[in-house]
Each structure stands twice: as C-alpha cells, then as structure tokens.
Design a protein around this ligand. Sequence first.
Ligand code: NAD
Length: 495
Amino acid sequence: MTSITKAACIGGGVIGGAWAARFLLGGIDVAMYDPHPDAQRIVGEVIANAERAYAMLTMAPLPSKGQLTFCATLEEAVDGADWIQESVPERLDLKRGVLTQIDAAAHPEALIGSSTSGIMPTELQRDMKHPERMFVAHPYNPVYLLPLAELVGGERTSKETLELAKARLAPIGMKGVILKKEIEAFVGDRLLEAVWREGLWLIHDDICDTETLDDVIRYSFGMRWAQMGLFETYRIAGGEAGMRHFLAQFGPCLSWPWTKLTDVVDLDDALVDKIAGQSDAQSGARGIRDLERIRDENLVGIMQALKAGDGGKGWGAGKILAEFEQHLWAKGGGAKAAPDIAAPLRLVDTRVSAAWVDYNGHMTEHRYLQVFGDTSDALLRLIGVDFAYVEAGHSYYTVETHIRHLGEAKLGQSLYATLQILSCDEKRIRFFSTIHDAATGKALATAEQLMLHVDSKAGKSVSAPADVLSRLTPIAQAHAELPVPDGAGRSVGQR
Ligand SMILES: NC(=O)c1ccc[n+]([C@@H]2O[C@H](COP(=O)([O-])OP(=O)(O)OC[C@H]3O[C@@H](n4cnc5c(N)ncnc54)[C@H](O)[C@@H]3O)[C@@H](O)[C@H]2O)c1
C-alpha cells in the first residue's frame, strides 16, 4: 500500500481536527495550522474522543501514534508534507486563497485535498500553479471512524492524482470513492440535502417534531442504509422480480409527487426557534462531547457487527474495517519484540467496548470467548500461522473450550490476556489462557482449549510442518517448567 509519511491539516475545526485524529492514529505525523486561539484545545478534545473510539474499535496492533505539531504559519505546516488537507470554513474566496497559498509552499508532488462539502474543485484550483494534484476529499464526520472520502477531480486534476489519493487512504482505514464527474455537493450531500429539505418541511408543517422525525429514520431505513444503501435495499423490496418490478411499482408515484423537494422552506426566525426548541427538548440534556461519545460507541458497535457480515467476510463499512485490521496485523502483528517464553505469554491488551456489554452492564459471555480467540490467534501468528498461511490452505481449528468466569469486566475496563501451553504434539496444542484486569492483574476468566492443525481444503487434521513446530516447541518446553495453572484439567461444576 502507498503510505502518507507526513500530513498537514490546514484548519482544525470539527473536520480538520478529526482528519488529524485519523492520520495520527494511523501512525502519521501531523502539522496543523489554525489561527483560532482555541484550536489546540478543540483538536485535543477531538483526538481524545478518537483514541477512546479506537480502543473500542479494534484489537489489531495500531501503529505508534503520530506526532502532532501546531505551526505558526501555513508554510511551516505544509513543509515536507505529502498529504495536505484543507478544512477551512466553506467560503470560496477563503478556500481559494488558502489553497493558492498551500500550492505555493508545498512540494509539487504533495497531494492537496479539500474537505469542502459542495464547492466544485475546478473553482477551487483556479489560481493554483500545480492544480493537477488538487482534488476534493470530502469526508464524513467523525472522520476518524467513518471510512468514506468522496474523491472528486476538477478540470485540471490528473487522473493519477485521484488513484494515488485512493491508494494512500486505504492504509489508514479509509475508502476513497472516485466520482466520474464533478458536481456541486458531490453525491452524499446531494442526497442529504434532499432528506434535509423534506425534513424541514415536515417540521414546518407540524407533521411531526424533530424527535419523531429522527425516530422514523433510526428505527427503520437508517438501519437499512447503513448496510445496503439505497439500490440494494430496493432490489430486495422488489421481491423475486427484483429491481424492474420495484421501479414499475413505485416509479409512477414520483410524478404525484409526495415530496416538496423543489420548494425552499423559509428558515425564518419562527422556524429556527421551533427547530432549536424541539432539538433542545430532544437532546439538550446532554453536552456535545457526551453526544459525540455516544455516537462513536454506536458507530463502533455497528462497524463491528458489519465486520461479522457475509459469513465473517465483512460487509459494507465492516469489510473496510476488516481490511484495515488485516493491514495492521500484517504491519505490526509480528513486529513486536519476542515475548518472554519463560512465563505465560502476554498476547492481547484490550478494553471492554460498548458493543461488548450486556443488560447487566458486564462484558457479555461470547466476548470472553472472542478475547480468548484473539489470544489463541496471537499465539498462532507467533508460530507463523498468519493470513498467508491460512490462505495457502492450512490452519489450526479450536475443537474444545472450557471457560471459567471468576470476576466481572465492565464497560471501558482495560484487560490483558496471557496464555500458557500445557502440551503439544505434531497436530495438537492444548493451552490455558487467562483474562486479567489490567489495573490489578486479577484473573477475571480462564479458558482451557485444544486446537488441531488441519488441512482446511481436505477438511481433516494433519501434522503441522516442521517450521511451525520449530517455533512452537521451545515455547511448550519452557512452559512445561511452569506450575500447572490452578483450574487446568478441571471439568464443569467440579469444586
Ligand atoms: N462539519 C461537517 O460535518 C463537515 C463534513 C464534511 C465536510 N465539511 C467541510 O469541512 C470544512 C470545515 O468545516 P468545519 O465544520 O470543520 O468548520 P469549523 O468552523 O469547525 O472549522 C474551520 C476551522 O478553520 C479555521 N480557519 C479559518 N480560517 C483559516 C485559515 N485561513 N487557515 C487555517 N485555518 C483557518 C477556523 O479557525 C476553524 O477552526 C468546510 O469546507 C466544510 O464544508 C464539514
């Protein structure tokens, strides 16, 4: 994958701060320029939220966080950067001026993305000397979690620039989607404006209040959109006859029409007061950072659920997350210092995410198994059983598990897991893992498991190859010197 080595963020508000968080947590150094006196505080708060979200999002080894530098001038910030992201307020004259200033100071090869929500890139690049490397990279808030950037070129943007931008976003977990033509507001904001416009009319006409409108979205098609978008959803709605039938059935209503999409609602004081009042009643009890944290927890939960979609291959944004994690494992998974084999191996450090908690407020049962599974996966990587090994047709399968629950893990609690090999031969590994509270080291759960080495295509167990055994055996020999852990070999219900 093509990587960004240094990013510059020009403008550090809602969007610029979240771009910075995406880069930093992807291991990229960021130079920020924003003249606002509170910029450092605001960006710091966004990054704190992003770090909290990433701790819940993935167990994959994130790279060491990049370094954030606040610069006194734009020129200082763009110096040496190979990705520059402009996120200043949405005014053509301001953006044009800033982009021209970036163009003059940046390395000619550096890519320059604008976060604009709707201005055409041809307009933005008008005064630039190297316009071929300038494009729109329109993200969605929070940029550090939502993977999409709409990539839009202007008349003078080169095709290679858009392809390169797409390639550079992938290693930081983003999905660049290249639009075929530039258009004001691109694809996402065109669609959102239609919903927004209609929503304003529904409030204006007293059909419902803001809370009811939001409920209609989040209890129904909002959930469908998150995983299948519009056309795939409607294909299913057409039943076995599919999309043609759907178009024939619902197409004619478009000419009635149901909506007021072409009318512009007058956002006069009365309507602004009405919407703001209803919104205060709906959500005013919580502060913005609080709402952001709830949003992030929900988004993490949705992305994790989608990662399990399509039989575990990942679906929609969950597929992007799965690909991001594969990239992280490939980069960082094996690179850590070899663990001390004279003690149980500490293989996983994690935190209880919101999506892991049940109605008791504790980590739900199957998440213990997930952490134990991540622990045994980490052992496998250590002995050379990685993605490439599995793709080539061999793996270890878990054939037996006995979990004991000894304590409670609560939302946000930091945990780590250790693993001790009890015995092994050419086909089998029997091992004992323990989930600990990171603050006290106290054991919260243990699992004794047996894995079999398999030829996954033939569907039968076979001996592991010599190179895998040569990595496994020294660990097993060292662990044979350790005391047998309390609870090993125990059957269910035994005192
Ligand atoms: N807020 C969203 O949900 C969203 C989503 C996608 C895209 N965008 C786009 O992102 C851009 C920024 O929007 P925002 O919501 O972050 O706005 P914002 O007002 O929160 O932040 C803009 C920042 O730019 C800074 N700034 C102003 N002039 C500057 C200059 N000359 N040089 C450097 N910094 C300067 C301001 O101090 C401020 O911190 C806009 O183009 C907007 O359309 C916003």
